[in-house]
Design a protein around this ligand. Structure first.
Ligand code: PLP
Length: 385
């Protein structure tokens, strides 16, 4: 029989994927199921982006692209970021950027500081490359943000990275420039620690967003910014993300990528170039729509007895507390299972994000679906015993 490699022995299929599959199975069996489980915009890819991909394919941009990305796309990303193309790698989604960076940098037992609540994939991908996630708890009172003291306390000689995600999936929090500067001050005392700042939700922000290296330029020489077109331009299926960092890190990531996937899809890179260099009005329009939806689900959840949430600054998730409603032996997973069984609504347990007693929902859905979902959630909360 098949024996898994040790490096993936402790990695299970993502709880989010498991839930989506369970919901799909229920739906296929004729049950009325509504999912707020997944994290992708419900808007279409802008038509000019699709047209650019079409033209690129017709023009013959169908061969292996350079491993680190097409010169045109790297240049466009560098220009937006105010850096040089040599500091940019284009990969198959932000996910591959993160995986490349850990593959290129982690030795067995190296530590990555990961504040809760965190995007599920981080912990698994750190483990896959031999690293250990040093999980640092935050809480709603601290608006789910890492404090400089907690950062200081978590650093050891084995710490390789601090992983920051702002705007955050799942909490929606955005670090202010002052908060980033305060974290940067701590890191200045620990020159062996690098920063990976996942800014994939940059354009979905309801308060001003500041990139880590803009707030803390002194640390740019040991920072990797992760970004991409998936969320901003509704391009999750095109699979284009990028990393921006010092050239020696980018070169090492390119070496990894060259042996695993080679350059990202040429046609998708042409699409991403059009997304970056073409009209940008859809960014603000869509962000405003997300903000309306945020306001709707935020009020609806806080009106439900036993549930509470703080107002997210960005992204398209709400991370709500259900601890008050839970019995002494219940978990957030029990509550989410009840919500699915009692009202056919999929939400994801907080434990998947390293923070039990909570659940996450995505509001990247239509107003009608969100209204329906909030009715279902209220019913489910009322009937939870
Ligand atoms: N980073 C975060 C915080 C995310 O939430 C996601 C997608 O859910 C990604 C990265 C992955 O982005 P991509 O689809 O570009 O690989």
């Amino acid at each position: 029989s098949f024996a898994k490699a040790d490096r993936i022995a402790s990695i299970a299929l993502s709880e989010i994927v498991q839930l989506s599959e369970a919901a799909a199975a229920k739906r296929a069996a004729g049950e009325d199921v509504l999912s707020l489980g997944t994290g992708e915009p419900d808007f279409p890819t802008p038509p000019h982006v699709i047209a650019a991909a079409n033209q690129a394919a017709l023009k013959g941009e169908t061969r292996y692209p350079p491993t680190a990305g097409t010169p045109a796309l790297r240049a466009a990303i560098a220009e937006v970021a105010g850096t040089a193309p040599a500091n940019v790698i284009v990969s198959t989604g932000a996910k591959q950027v993160i995986a490349n960076a850990f593959a290129a940098s982690l030795n067995q037992g190296d530590e990555v500081i990961l504040p809760t609540p965190f995007w599920t994939s981080y912990r698994d991908v750190i483990g896959m490359f031999g690293g250990t996630a040093t999980i640092v708890e935050t809480n709603a009172k601290a608006r789910f943000k890492l404090s400089p003291d907690a950062l200081e306390a978590a650093i050891t000689p084995r710490t390789k990275w601090l992983l920051l995600n702002s705007p955050s999936n799942p909490s929606g929090m955005i670090y202010t420039p002052e908060e980033l500067a305060a974290l940067g001050k701590v890191l200045e005392r620990h020159p062996h620690v690098w920063v990976m700042a996942d800014e994939i939700y940059e354009h979905i922000s309801y308060i001003p967003f500041t990139s880590f290296t803009k707030a803390v330029p002194a640390l740019a020489a040991r920072s990797l910014i992760v970004n991409g077109v998936s969320k901003a331009h509704s391009m999750t299926g095109w699979r284009i993300g990028w990393g921006i960092g010092p050239q020696d890190l980018i070169d090492a990531m390119t070496t990894v990528q060259g042996q695993i996937t080679s350059g990202a899809s040429s046609v998708s890179q042409a699409a991403a170039l059009a997304a970056l260099t073409g009209p940008q009005d859809h960014l603000a329009t869509r962000c405003a729509l997300f903000q309306k939806r945020r306001d709707k689900v935020f009020s609806a959840i806080n009106a439900i007895d036993g549930l509470s949430a703080i107002l997210p600054d960005g992204a398209f998730y709400l991370f709500a507390c259900c601890a008050q409603i839970l019995g002494p032996n219940d978990t957030d997973a029990d509550f989410c299972a009840h919500v699915l069984a009692a009202s056919g609504l999929v939400v994801v347990p907080g434990r998947a994000f390293g923070m039990p007693g909570h659940f996450r929902l995505s509001y990247a859905y239509s107003d009608a679906e969100l209204d329906d979902a909030m009715t279902r959630l209220a019913q489910a909360a009322q009937t939870y015993v």
